[in-house]
Design a protein around this ligand. Sequence first.
Ligand SMILES: Cc1cc2nc3c(=O)[nH]c(=O)nc-3n(C[C@H](O)[C@H](O)[C@H](O)COP(=O)(O)O)c2cc1C
Length: 242
Amino acid sequence: MTIPAGDAPLFEILHTCRAMRRLKPDPIPEQLLLQLVDAALHGPSGSNAQNWRFVIVRDGEQKKKIQALWRKTWNFYQETLAKAELRPGEKPEDRRKATATGTYMVEHIHEVPALICVCVAKDEAIAKALASPATLVKAVQNFGLTGAIKLAAGGGRTRGLIDGSTAYPAVQNLLLAARALGLGAVLTTPHFFVPGQFEEVLGIPSTVTLAAVIPLGYPMGKFGPVKRPHPREVVSWDHYAK
Ligand SMILES: Cc1cc2nc3c(=O)[nH]c(=O)nc-3n(C[C@H](O)[C@H](O)[C@H](O)COP(=O)(O)O)c2cc1C
């Protein structure tokens, strides 16, 4: 696939790659959608499995079904997590703005031209190797019995982390590519609140993990600088600073 390279400098792109929740309904050419997926596909993946899958929702009926689920999760979020106490340095105004744009997004989700749902398919080769008794023997040999038990006990969490670790670099590539092409996007995870329900609407089988739902469209507002702390506020050298 021949893809035209964007020419905006990388650091300018990532310093202005804001979460964009107010999106115009204007359609996005299929070629651009594929270009975004191509950017995602250039990310790293666990064991180089490259097991990403993408469901791009453009159909109005599908978007309405997604919106109905999303409203439930958004109501729940507003009534609970959005009311959590402010973090150190967090301003009530910022929290209020994020909630307002979130509400706008959910109420207009059926109008956005595309939703890119990023998925990670089960890596069958690795799953087979992990399930083999020889793997358990090697775990004991390398990590000792206690280490092997800890490894086995933490397996579920590790699998979730591995799926996420494969999904989110691809997602970030996609968000940066969208920004470079002048498209607004936001990483969202409403499906976490209603396990299986977004997957059912999208026809995603149980062997595939839905990692992110990315509403995408030409932005109503402007791309602006994201607010982040100075690196020195979050860095410690050689040991974690408590
Ligand atoms: C794991 C994760 C889950 C997120 N889920 C949602 C979501 O469900 N809905 C939403 O509107 N934004 C979601 N976001 C986007 C964050 O709210 C956003 O990145 C953050 O507010 C920073 O925005 P900014 O880059 O414009 O400063 C999510 C981000 C991450 C990393």
